[in-house]
Ligand binder design. Structure first.
Ligand SMILES: NC(=O)c1ccc[n+]([C@@H]2O[C@H](COP(=O)([O-])OP(=O)(O)OC[C@H]3O[C@@H](n4cnc5c(N)ncnc54)[C@H](OP(=O)(O)O)[C@@H]3O)[C@@H](O)[C@H]2O)c1
Length: 286
């Protein structure tokens, strides 16, 4: 079956390049089942967040799987209401409790609004205390990215952003290079967009390699060096999505897919809209 490929982060930790994301999967049986299915297949990386309100189910699936905790990579994200002096440390302790684990592999600041510098300082402290192994950011695309990176003693290991063949983030990749920060892709298959999935180029390549269009897109991400965690609750999709380690796109094919970049996002919000939306939201399950 599929093999894991590991990528070295700027702090030396090795992250599995492929995982499962659990955004919008309800807490309880659905999250537990999706994560267990993935773990049984050999997936060893789970991407959740406080805001998804399903960390308890992720923790339960990990425990129930019987797999050694050290063989699984868990990423979670602090929400904006978790940011602040003396607030972030408490929020991390609560997160450890919800995930039922002694440490988090990768802790991200979910959004570029609020008291993100204070949050970063306390996230760095959590690394020193062994509660967190790696720290990173998500959705930092404004000038706040450089502000945070210049402020940071520990440079972000990753920036998790919207990234797929229609929005390839080449400019952001260049901005991150000097910090050694890698890109993680959210919406790797465009949040299930039919327009993206049904691109004739993916159909053509799918026929050549006996793979689905989604598998071609995911394989493109791997060869681009993106860290991915497509979401699915469908066991067949979870299995198929991970079955992408037995073929290789040629340089010419990679180049053709690069040509699909339209610079168009599926999710659009200006910084001031992000400020307005995110500052008032507080996840219910503290
Ligand atoms: N940091 C952030 O702000 C942020 C934002 C968004 C997402 N994320 C992370 O990124 C992860 C992935 O993003 P996403 O879940 O929004 O989008 P996605 O992974 O691009 O797409 C998920 C959608 O594609 C469908 N799908 C999955 N596999 C498929 C297949 N083989 N064939 C056809 N359809 C398939 C899923 O439906 P089924 O369930 O029916 O398979 C679901 O509707 C999230 O779970 C989360 O961990 C982070």
């Amino acid at each position: 079956m599929s093999e894991q490929s590991l990528i070295k982060l700027n702090d030396g930790n090795m992250i599995p390049q492929y995982g499962i994301g659990v955004f919008m999967i309800p807490d309880g049986e659905q999250t537990v089942n999706a994560v267990k299915t993935a773990l049984q297949l050999g997936v060893r990386h789970i991407d959740t967040a406080h805001a998804y309100q399903n960390e308890r189910s992720v923790g339960k699936a990990v425990k129930d799987s019987g797999i050694n905790r050290h063989d699984i990579w868990i990423t979670s994200k602090l929400w904006v209401s978790d940011y602040g002096k003396d607030i972030t440390t408490k929020a991390i302790n609560k997160m450890l409790n919800r995930l039922d684990t002694d440490y988090i592999d990768l802790l991200l600041l979910h959004q570029q609004v609020g008291e993100y510098l204070d949050a970063w300082k306390e996230a760095e402290q959590a690394v020193k205390l062994g509660k967190v192994r790696s720290i990173g950011i998500s959705n930092f695309e404004s000038e706040r990215l450089e502000e945070l990176c210049n402020f940071a003693s520990i440079k972000p290991s990753v920036n998790q952003v919207e990234l797929h063949p229609y929005f390839q983030q080449n400019e952001l990749k260049k901005r991150l290079k000097k910090y050694g920060t890698l890109l993680e892709s959210w919406y790797p298959i465009g949040h299930g967009s039919k327009e993206l999935i049904n691109e004739p180029l993916f159909t053509e390549l799918g026929e050549k390699y006996h793979k689905s269009n989604v598998q071609i897109i995911l394989r493109w991400h791997l060869q681009e060096g993106n860290i991915i965690f497509p979401k699915s609750t469908n066991p067949q999709h979870i299995k198929d999505n991970f079955d992408i380690f037995d073929f290789c796109l040629s340089n010419e094919e990679m180049q053709k897919i690069r040509g699909l970049d339209k610079g168009v996002r599926f999710y659009n919000a200006t910084l001031s809209q992000q400020e307005a939306m995110f500052k008032n939201y507080r996840p219910a399950d503290d």
